[in-house]
Design a protein around this ligand. Structure first.
Ligand code: 13P
Ligand code: SF4
Length: 306
């Protein structure tokens, strides 16, 4: 059954000259058919240089929007239109525009986990992989509003030892990782290296050996001499980690962090979006041209920081 769907997807991909991008958190069967699998930064970079006529984005809506903004001539398909990001929805374009109007002296830094409408209002974007690099060169006398993730913002401010203000948003999955759960899992697994995502609270990050993006964790574990790791992020990453590190001990955090939005997509959804007529495809991400032009600027500013 699975094989039949995969073969059909491969055939339609060829017919439409399509490429499949997938985030490290999506279901394993989607990771296995992806042409590019990565973290938000890696996927943004790929989207900016692909030039493929059709991009199928296995991830959530803000990622597919970013791909569309960076590849405006491609048809970007999001196989499940309701796959969103609760944190991205915690900041609206209107609220950010209002902040900008009432605080003209602030530099607005938006995590890419934000809607296109929010990106259109800010100065620069960042991901969890480059947030410190993006904020560091902003002159110290400038006020900064970091949005929408207060946790990533607080972690960056702490690392750079600078004053910043934070939008009151958070990732419900990473924010739910508690100090008590961290202490328990570390006690059960002494000597294991503990990695977390910087969307966790600073209190949790303080207990970790390293805080990194999903791409950073994959690279770190692959290249490390250490043999055992507790992985403090969404459970989808475990699939690729286990393939790449068959001899290492890798345990997911407990209780298992699971993003229900990332898990909304399956093989049948990818097939459905490739089977739908490409003209007026119901899965297509459609954004206003003028909005895309405004949202592209802060993303391009970010991409200049390689
Ligand atoms: P990264 O893959 O960029 O670390 O992002 C994590 C995330 O929460 C994406 O939704
Ligand atoms: Fe959004 Fe968190 Fe899910 Fe990432 S893991 S898509 S930040 S809710």
């Amino acid at each position: 059954m699975c094989e039949a769907i995969i073969n059909k997807i491969k055939q339609l991909k060829k017919e439409h000259n399509a490429v499949i991008l997938a985030h490290n958190y999506v279901a394993s069967e989607l990771q296995d058919i992806a042409d590019v699998l990565g973290d938000s930064l890696q996927l943004s970079i790929e989207a900016s240089k692909l030039g493929a006529p059709v991009i199928v984005f296995c991830g959530v809506s803000f990622m597919a929007e970013t791909a569309k903004i960076l590849s405006p001539n491609s048809k970007v398909l999001l196989p499940v239109k309701t796959a969103g990001c609760p944190m991205a929805d915690m900041a609206t374009g209107e609220a950010v525009a209002e902040f900008r109007r009432t605080h003209p002296d602030y530099v607005l830094v938006a995590y890419v986990n934000s809607t296109a409408a929010v990106k259109a209002e800010v100065d620069i974007c960042c991901t969890s992989a480059n947030a410190e690099k993006i904020v560091a060169p902003i002159p110290r006398d400038k006020k900064i509003m970091f949005l929408p993730d207060r946790n990533l913002g607080r972690n960056v401010a702490k690392a750079l030892n600078r004053e910043m203000e934070f939008w009151p948003g958070y990732c419900p999955i990473h924010n739910a990782i508690t100090v008590a759960d961290v202490e328990a899992i570390k006690q059960e697994n002494p000597g294991m290296e503990f990695l977390v995502h910087p969307e966790c609270t600073p209190e949790v990050v303080a207990l970790a050996d390293k805080a990194m993006s999903t791409g950073g964790m994959l690279k770190y574990i692959r290249e490390s001499d250490k043999q055992a790791f507790i992985v403090g992020t969404e459970c989808g990453i475990m699939h690729r980690l286990r393939i790449e590190n068959p001899t290492k001990t890798l345990i997911p955090f407990k209780p298992t962090p699971t993003c229900t939005d990332m898990k909304k997509l399956g093989l049948a959804d990818v097939l459905a979006c490739l089977e739908a007529p490409m003209e007026n495809n119901p899965y297509e991400v459609v954004l206003d041209e003028e909005l895309m032009d405004r949202a592209r600027k802060p993303i391009e500013r970010m991409l200049q920081f390689k």
